[in-house]
Design a protein around this ligand. Structure first.
Ligand code: AMP
Ligand code: MG
Length: 488
């Protein structure tokens, strides 16, 4: 791991500078009033090779809060379009995101982006700002997802301010500094395709290949490989969402990363009770982006991406690659679910068996994460009352346990080994809405202590952490009054 000196601003690249301005616009962040550091993500700072106190340097503080940009840095916002809720929305773009540049860490480039740093040429009717509550939600959730092993953007630090922003009421503006392998979206390709700019689609594909897959040297098949990468990695990421119980909430094509990483945290939600039809976004009246719809929406979005790639790859080949999505999704999802159930043996690797085991959990409205964490302690010959008592119908439990026991009999590892493995894949802590809400309420009064504590808790979701054990329980009653929509 290379160590970046305190003068962070001296380490920036701008890999977009070779491009024409049709891909981006140069922008200057609009400073916040009295920006204050809310929190720094120490683990991410370490991963980037930054020194622990890197934000004590005034230039770095000014840079990452968007207050003052040194002349060697040329911030940009990217243009993209997209399908929103299944409808072509035309040009969107980074309306409130400004990429400062890229940091090179051990040969990999990481985008460093400020979210909420003011208007850009793509802001349309927006103010270019992000409110503190949505910034905290993204800050905590992206790190929680990373710790759960789900590919995602992360956030390095969060700044609060006195700048007023107007949503349903007046709130304070905040900025997070987001780190990503890439901010190129399906919608980036759709943008140029829908304008008939074939060579721009090609250049963008070449850019992504050069930046992320410089070892691919066969030009003939590179575009196909890039498309396959997007298909397979989208399938894998969504399989991970489904297994952990994460609902993204706004799976528009402009929120889909070309690398398959989770990006743009808005009205997301983790499952409490296992309700496959769960809708986390209150603005999603039709339930297009409900939990159970996510895998098929992933494929819908990839079909939109396929259209954008249709000038680079013959249609028949695009279709062949799209056909790889469902098997890949099922393979990864069943493997992850089999691990969650502690079933390593072949009969368990069938999707139907997993679905059959899940059905009574839904009918009995059992908390998804608590169920699996507790299941780690299940004994084949035991009474297992801690699981039985979660079922409202005893008959359902008896039938379920008979099914599960039959599967467990095929397992060859000891119960102790199985328990340890299950405790490592079934998190004790996920980011439930009420946890984020508690942290937000305090932070809005200037107290970021719970943001810090939750960040540390969620960075170790499989550890017991007795001091924070109340966050491993079902949500309190008041949590049902929390309303999460796109307004952020
Ligand atoms: P999202 O739903 O957050 O993915 O945003 C959809 C589009 O709206 C993107 O182009 C965003 O950049 C843009 N957008 C969202 N909020 C704002 C804002 N406050 N100001 C400007 N643009 C915004
Ligand atoms: Mg977005």
């Amino acid at each position: 791991m290379g160590v970046i000196s305190k003068r962070l601003e001296q380490h920036f690249f701008n890999s977009f500078k070779e491009f024409d301005e049709e891909y981006f616009s140069s922008v200057a962040p609009a400073p916040l009033q009295k920006p204050q550091l809310g929190n720094v993500n120490d683990l991410l700072a370490r991963d980037l090779g930054l020194e622990a106190d890197f934000l004590k340097n005034r230039e770095t503080f000014n840079l990452l809060s968007g207050s003052n940009i040194p002349i060697n840095i040329t911030p940009i916002s990217l243009v993209y379009s997209g399908h929103q809720f299944g409808v072509w929305a035309g040009q969107l773009g980074d309306g409130r995101a400004i990429t400062l540049g890229e940091l090179s860490v051990d040969g990999d480039l990481w985008d460093v982006q400020l979210k909420g740093a003011g208007t850009t040429p793509y802001s349309r009717f927006g103010d270019g700002r992000a409110v503190l509550r949505s910034s905290i939600r993204e800050y905590l959730c992206s790190e929680a997802m990373h710790a759960l092993g789900i590919p995602t953007t992360r956030a390095l630090c969060i700044f609060n301010s006195k700048t007023p922003v107007y949503r349903e009421c007046t709130e304070n503006a905040a900025v997070i500094c987001r780190i990503a392998r890439s901010h190129i979206r399906f919608g980036s390709f759709e943008h140029f395709h829908h304008r008939g700019e074939k060579s721009a689609v090609k250049n963008l594909a070449q850019y992504v290949i050069q930046r992320h897959f410089s070892d691919w040297n066969n030009c003939e098949t590179n575009y196909k490989e890039l498309f396959r990468f997007a298909v397979l990695n989208t399938a894998r990421t969504i399989a991970k969402w489904q297994a952990i119980g994460f609902c993204h909430g706004v799976m528009n094509t402009d929120n889909m990363s070309i690398l398959g990483d989770t990006i743009d945290y808005g009205p997301y939600g983790f499952l409490d009770e296992y309700t496959p039809s769960f809708i986390c976004n209150q603005s999603d009246h039709q339930g297009r982006y409900s939990f159970q719809n996510q895998p098929k929406i992933g494929l819908w979005n990839l079909n939109a991406l396929a259209l954008a790639f249709s000038t680079l790859i013959p249609k028949i080949e695009l279709e062949e690659i799209l056909n790889e999505y469902q098997p890949e999704y099922e393979k990864v999802y069943t493997r992850l679910m089999a691990d969650k159930f502690g079933l390593e043996h072949t009969p368990s690797k069938k999707l139907k068996i997993i679905e059959r085991l899940l059905e009574p959990i839904a009918i009995n409205k059992i908390d998804y994460s608590i169920f699996f964490r507790s299941l780690s302690h299940y004994r084949l010959a035991g009474e297992n009352s801690f699981i039985r008592d979660m079922f409202s119908c005893l008959g359902d439990f008896n039938k379920w346990a008979a099914d599960y026991n039959k599967l467990l009999q095929h397992e060859i590892v000891s119960e102790e080994v199985r328990r340890k493995k299950m405790l490592n894949v079934n998190p004790k802590y996920i980011l439930r809405n009420h946890m984020a809400q508690e942290a937000i309420t305090l932070a809005e009064c200037g107290d970021f202590s719970l943001v810090t504590d939750l960040l540390h808790l969620l960075q170790h979701p499989y550890d017991e952490n007795s001091a924070m054990s109340k966050y491993a329980l079902r949500p309190p009653k008041w949590a049902s009054t929390i309303s999460i929509s796109c307004s952020s």
